[in-house]
Design a protein around this ligand. Sequence first.
Ligand code: PLP
Length: 281
Amino acid sequence: MKNLGYYNGRVGLIEEVSVPMTDRAFYFGDGVYDAVMCRNNIPYLLSTHVNRLFDNCHLLGITPPKTKEEISHLIKELVKLVEGEEKFVYFHVSRGSGIRNHEFTSGVGNLCITIKPQRVDDVFKKMDLTITKDLRYGYCNIKTLNLLPSVLAAQVAKDNRCEETVFVRDNYITECSHSNISILKNGELITAPANNHILPGVTRAHLIEVARENKIPVREQNYTLEELFSADEIIVTSSSKLARGVKAICGKSVGGKDEEGLKLLRDSIYNSYIKATTKAI
Ligand code: PLP
């Protein structure tokens, strides 16, 4: 298949599988999601992402319709049906179904999965970023379907021929529209703390781990817009970007002062991905 849509047991092309109007994702964005890259039909870090989905369900009182093992197994089977070496797997659980009423419905959630061919980004290509105000609410730590501010911010990037938009809250950098952002300064990795203003990315956690393994001190603390512009390097992370350097923000050149540090972190993360998704012969 060229792509795949799954909804509560039904499988077809994404363009053809339909979702009933009773699904609470439709009216309220009442659900949580996650996404993984997949290469050679091996979904990368799947259990970490499924665990995060279940943690997020728990935080919102959503009951997943299947166990972690069942969802992981299902994803591993479904990826085999889609053509291509690299794929992007998206999965969400909405709270459930009912006639539109704000209060919770009872019963288990609805499971939706989409799979499409997609390569990870060219990690060796540095990014152009733009900036917008972070006007989001206090649940940014939960990967919910409510993504309007991220959608608007991603469009700001596109309109400015950039690949990502940095969110700035009260002069502090939080994250980007759909990735985390960290800086290297004087040999240290600095990244916004994992509080309710950012999504604690799986790749951000991996970046921190790799830095520590390589004796690069890590500070999880807020940093300002000025510190972003004067950073030695800027690193944007997400499951589909892995870790990428940055060359300009709003057209102004940035980074380029710790190529060695950037290369170490970026390449370690890229190599882990390649290694974990290479089939044993
Ligand atoms: N921050 C936001 C707002 C995101 O939407 C995402 C990914 O979708 C990330 C960060 C990166 O998270 P991960 O590394 O788990 O893909």
